[in-house]
Design a protein around this ligand. Sequence first.
Ligand code: GTR
Length: 322
Amino acid sequence: MWQFPAILTTLIFALCSAITPAQALRAWSAHPADSASSRALQAFADTVRDASAGRIAITTYNNSELGDQPQAIQKLAQGDIDFAVFNLGPLSGVVPQARLLTLPFVFHDSEHMFRKLDEGLGNRIASSLLDKGFKVLGWYDGGSRSFYCMNHVVRYPSDFAGLRVRVQDSPVYNDMVRQLGATPVIVPFNDISKAFQDGRIDCAENNLPSYVETGNYKYARNVLLTNHIVTPEVLVVSRKYWQTLTPADQAMLQSLGTQSGAVMRTLWKQQLGNAETTLHKAGIQPVPVKDPGVFVARMIQVYASALQGSDEFNQVLPAMMK
Ligand code: GTR
């Protein structure tokens, strides 16, 4: 019987895969194209395209162009967006285990935080995120967050009484601000300057690069360096897309994602340095907290509600603080 030559079958198969159009994959970022986060995401997309010979083509969308973070989280979980860099604050609304990485006054600095992630905490949270549809590819630096206010000078917890403080849509952030006697006001990241201008908020909190990047520093010039939340951000791919990949492509994405984390951390240090220079030129002098203990004392209730009913969390938290 006539048989199709094996070599032809192989050739036709190779040709078909070569002409398979690259899928239009979308990546979400909250930040502008020149930020550390978006630059690292773009570099990741470029290396993935090269390593896959153009088969995996990712287009990045910056400045929350595809929706604010809570919307993007929903879209990624459903597979409408394929990649993203998320802050764990909003993500912890969907994945409660991620709250652990957003608790105030747990990590001293980024170095401490990344050490704990590498010691196993990262894998633990990554597995909870995967259960909800988010496959972690890399850990980015979310910096160290502090409060800043317009027309108010804050030094002690009692100074926050009655102030309206912008927060991310996140249970821990809401709770933290309430424990300071202030009112949390949820405002999307890209609308904070407008909220200051409209008089809807008195204060906000963020890391210094975001404080500068958003232009918030032009409106709220009084910065109290509380460094209350030191948190990572995650480079994620939707589980829906991840499951369509071959093991070889999964391994490639995982390895390039880890590398992307290292790239981002270097770019982040540069962005932090630039932000400090901008603030110095603008005459803004962030004031260190005199007694962090009085702030920590207010957070007991925040830990209690975040850890409520979870023995697992209660065992992990003390080890995270060391
Ligand atoms: C930034 C973070 C953003 C967003 C923002 C916010 O530091 O990188 O993803 O979470 O804070 O406060 O909304």
